[in-house]
Design a protein around this ligand. Structure first.
Ligand code: GLN
Length: 471
């Protein structure tokens, strides 16, 4: 167990010398070694200890940044200069990044300590972290189960006390679903809130970077650091950033929407009951009103998501051709054969499946039938949310239809696996922010997550609501 409940308490304890930062980092490094079987990390950075020394001095000098001494792990799809960047793929084996992602640079500038790169599904494609060239990640709550995906290593690392906070990425639920499976907090910010510069592209109009933590205050603090317009990412937005740390405690009168479509068939009974209990408990508050709403196009979200993201992925992954990046099959004498062999050997099964699906939906005979149509449905899903947010401030749903499943349980059936994302993909289709918060455990002791969604750039209401739900 950690000796503090959030970063501000940790910092106070370092200042009063109750905690030594160097010892704290050593404990994390020891834990990583001790819990190696979880396979949460692809790479661990030994220079973390030297950093701890420098930053501890800064804390005592009063020159340290907002995240001084916060120990953070980074999903291995995000670039850090001179460190490996593999995306958990064989094709990027031995590749090191030549620059640092903006989100990571902002953490470093505020004196966070980066402890390593976490395991994930290859190129962030998956819902269980079983599609990794580094092997699967185990759920620290129950090692026979998956931690969720694709940011499974980042979620497991926080849940198992291998770091204070981690960064993940969410294209269709990859922060929220593993947070829910591991019993921690995970925030997917609005598309455009956090720079994607230095994030390896999967589906560029969906991808976002966000934090995992075991408390809501640290989520707010990290978001306040990584948010903001970046000249290096033209899709990041110049929109005022509230002081998330302060607004989190502001009392708010809330209208919470319950989308009926998210509570029907397919939802595990125990998950449903846990969420209903939370709703019943909160409806005793005079300033919280629950309203039944409808998101009628949600039933098309999985199909729409898998058409559009595979299309974008097939274009984004063209660059791994053995010429400029990573691995090359040198045995070939013909250029075409070199491309084919490099990609056949370098990519895993799921990545190949997505590239083929995406190439298919973009091919000339099928473009209108699939790609154009899916773009239109994306608009309808966005409009559902626009309409809903005229009536309510926040939308409450389960994060996942079930708790963490057994390793191997869904890996032979991709469609079954894709259905895990039924409640999360619509937020990425609409570009809105979402958070998963822990709300208890099922009868086997597995964590249950609840998802809160808000309108674009309204992360503060998610943080406030999450905080209230915990009191
Ligand atoms: N599980 C989803 C997928 O496989 C989401 C992945 C993600 O958000 N990166 O595409």
């Amino acid at each position: 167990m950690l000796q503090y409940k959030n970063h501000s308490e940790k910092l106070a304890k370092i200042q009063s010398k109750e905690i030594s930062l160097i010892e704290n980092v050593q404990i994390f490094l020891d834990n990583i070694e001790l819990k190696k079987d979880l396979n949460a990390f692809n790479f661990v950075f030994d220079d973390a200890l030297a950093q701890a020394n420098i930053i501890e001095n800064k804390i005592f000098n009063g020159t340290a940044g907002k995240l001084a001494g916060m120990v953070i792990a980074i999903k291995d799809v995000i670039a850090i200069k001179d460190k490996p960047l593999t995306c958990s793929s064989k094709i990027l084996e031995n590749f090191s990044s030549v620059y640092t992602a903006t989100a990571v640079q902002k953490l470093i500038d505020e004196d966070a300590i980066i402890i390593g790169k976490t395991n994930c599904d290859e190129f962030a494609m998956g819902s269980s972290n079983e599609n990794s060239a580094f092997g699967k990640v185990l759920n620290p709550v129950d090692k026979s189960r998956v931690p969720g995906g694709s940011s499974g290593g980042s979620a497991a690392a926080v849940a198992a006390n291998l770091c204070d906070v981690s960064l993940g990425t969410d294209t269709g639920g990859s922060i929220r679903q593993p947070a829910s499976f591991c019993g921690i907090y995970g925030l997917k910010p609005t598309y455009g809130r956090v720079s994607r510069y230095g994030l390896t592209a999967f589906a560029s109009s969906f991808d976002s970077i966000g934090p995992f933590a075991n408390n809501i205050e640290d989520i707010a603090l990290v978001l306040s650091v990584i948010a903001g317009k970046d000249q290096l990412d033209s899709t990041s937005k110049e929109i005022e950033i509230p002081n998330y740390v302060e607004v989190i405690d502001k009392p708010s009168v809330l209208k919470i929407g319950i989308p009926q479509e998210f509570f029907g068939n397919g939802l595990n009974e125990e998950v449903k009951i846990a969420i209903q209990q939370k709703i019943d408990y909160l409806s005793k508050n005079d300033d919280i009103e629950f309203i039944n709403i409808h998101l009628p196009h949600n039933e098309y979200s999985i199909a729409t998501y898998y058409i559009l993201t595979t299309a974008e992925a097939s274009a984004n992954l063209q660059r791994y051709d053995g010429v400029r990046y990573g691995v090359r099959d040198n045995k070939q004498t013909e250029l075409d054969e070199m491309y084919t062999q490099t990609r056949s050997k370098g990519f895993g099964k799921e990545v190949k499946r997505r590239i083929m699906l995406g190439t298919y939906v973009l091919s000339s005979g099928y473009y209108d039938a699939y790609y154009t149509k899916a773009q239109k449905v994306r608009r309808l899903i966005q409009e559902d949310f626009t309409n809903a947010f005229q009536k309510v401030d926040v939308i409450l749903t389960p994060t996942s239809p079930f708790t963490a499943f057994k390793i191997g349980e869904k890996s032979s059936d991709p469609l079954e696996m894709y259905l895990s994302d039924i409640y999360t993909t619509s937020a990425n289709l609409a570009g809105i922010p979402g958070i998963s918060i822990p709300v208890g455990n099922d009868s086997s002791g597995l964590p249950i997550g609840m998802q809160l969604l808000a309108n674009q750039f309204n992360e503060e209401i998610l943080l406030q609501t999450a905080k209230r739900f915990n009191q």
